[in-house]
Write a protein that binds this ligand. Sequence first.
Ligand code: AMP
Ligand code: MG
Length: 720
Amino acid sequence: MSFDTFVVVDWSGASKPSPAKPSKDAIWIGIAREGGVEASYHRTRADATDTLATLFETERSTGRRVLAGFDFPFAYPKGFAEALTGTSEPLRLWQALAQRIEDAPDNANNRFQVAAELNDLFPGIGPFWGCPDTFGDPRLPKRGTQRDGHGMLERRKCDATPGAQTVWKLFTTGSVGSQALLGIPRLLALRERFGADLSVRPFEQQDTPITLVELFPSLIAHTVAALAEPDEIKDRAQVRILAGALRALDPQRLDAMTREGHPEEGWILGLGHEEALIRAAHRAIPQPCEAPMRSDPDSPLLPPRLRDDCFAMPQGVSWVPVDEALAKLRAALNPVTGTTTIATARAAGRVLAADVAARRSNPPMPNSAVDGYGFAHAATDSGVQRLPLVAGRAAAGQPYPDAVPAGHAVRILTGAILPEGVDTVVLEEDTNTNGTTVVFDGPIKPRANTRKAGEDMAAGELALAKGRHLRAPDLALASALGIAELPVHRPLRVGVLSTGDEIIAAPQLRAAPHQIWDANRPMLLSLAQGWHYEPVDLGHVGDDAEEIAERLHEGAREADVILTSGGASAGDEDHVSALLRARGTLSSWRIALKPGRPLALAMWEGVPVFGLPGNPVAALVCALVFARPALSLLSGAGWTEPQGFTVPAAFEKRKKPGRREYLRARLNEAGAAEVFGSEGSGRISGLSWAQGLVELPDGALEVTPGTPVRYIPYASFGLV
Ligand code: AMP
Ligand code: MG
């Protein structure tokens, strides 16, 4: 479902109307919709609620779907609803709170009184705390540390986020407890007024004209500070910018985000998606004097595009060190592939297009880690334990239907849910049994041999992060968490073109002695395939500007990026660079690298072109060192660096300073790196002989046997 109107409310728990002059710590409402972003100031909760009701009415009557976010908790830690209402349903809790709360049109209210009464329902002191000195009810302690034995959890799962306060704290800086007590009844009133046209996420998942969610503006606090107008009141900036950001998010992603979370504790919209929110905020809110943002795959407005001058290098630079060239490349590029959804089982090799959260905890219920006997730990002790066995057993997929009384044990198998009354399991091998009693030596540690619910991953937790290149174990994780489909990038289409009058396209064709078969194209196409991209064979063309131009034209239509080989230097016969210089936007990067000639980088009809050297050795090294991370970035998977290992050298070499060198290498039986006999860059056999590359640093180096050198296996470059 997609939304049309985005509302962000900064709520307030004040006891008096806020000042007539717009000020901080009051209620602010931000609205983003077609036509722009606006913010309004409200002195009382009653006034703000009326404004919202009117807005919802108007939008509903014109068919515009509203997403409204509020900056206070919609729910309490697990267990509180049950204690108050006898059910774990948060909306029942809303009713129970609304029955108690009185909140007058002038903001006068009884929240501290209600909190004190609620505390009375619990043993000990608490869980609510914090009140002004004038409030003298001993049931509501002034300080959090004065609480004791109330039995409630301190935080909801989503309150673990940095800066989030607990729902129990009602007073002073940053507290949200009062906002919740005074906000929830107002939301309930709206819910009653709009009936089936309004749903509260994540508790209600149906599509309705009005959807309410919980927000936490501090999630993007730095961005708000950066994008605020000079001297703008912080609360105003927050609601304005966050509303704009929600509107600028990818609608599908936002819809999925509203559905995340815990059925009892709720969820803060946007947790785990901070980066996307921040980028959306930048798209939504123009910042004066800022360079235009690069396009982004999340943007519903801008198709991803690279700038024509993205490869520009300052003129006059002689030789660019490898690291500098890589940094330049990294800054120039961004993802260019669209996104789609795919069945999890078919997603291997694809790039994840959005963060994915666990739909359910794994394991969903506490269960047994071994075959053995389960019992309540509290009823056992040290020394010999004899526990009567209950009839039946608990097995994986066959839950034990009854409670196991304290002092009894039940036969339990690996993976079986712990029956009620069981919290500890003794390993079968450590017991003796006659079928009616089980005997073992105590003490057994509490919860021994059990797995906690969610100990692997809790519902709502980030399972797989955007940009991940999905592999077999990721499919296992997604499936285990109940995720049937994954948002992925379309595979990057990589065009490969060979050039040169001497080149014969394929070994099936006859080659005269002055001709050679094309070695680069099969190599580069297979690299693209191995990197899980879609190879697009653009064939071979002679050294003819028109032919090359025509093939690049085809490539720009059918591919997202083009790799050419040959003709990329600056000599007479270097037709690729000549053409790109004349009609594209060539930038010839003179990189301090051996083997390697200048790398020709250009944009051709909006598509980046990597002009690799013709020499197969140099072509492979440049493809691995430069094209690989660049393609990864274009594909949505982010920049990548190969993993290298320091190993002793099994060779000798006196390396001159000034450029980085890559040697064709492999490890000998002793684990030392040996290098190919010849460094000649025409020696294709050496590429095939090697299992990886030795990377020698830019400076001078005297290598003798045993000198530590960096070895990068082909596998680290994703070569298959
Ligand atoms: P160039 O970069 O065009 O000056 O070519 C450098 C060397 O690489 C020359 O010896 C070319 O014949 C050779 N070469 C160019 N393209 C290929 C190719 N596709 N396969 C094998 N060798 C090539
Ligand atoms: Mg040539």
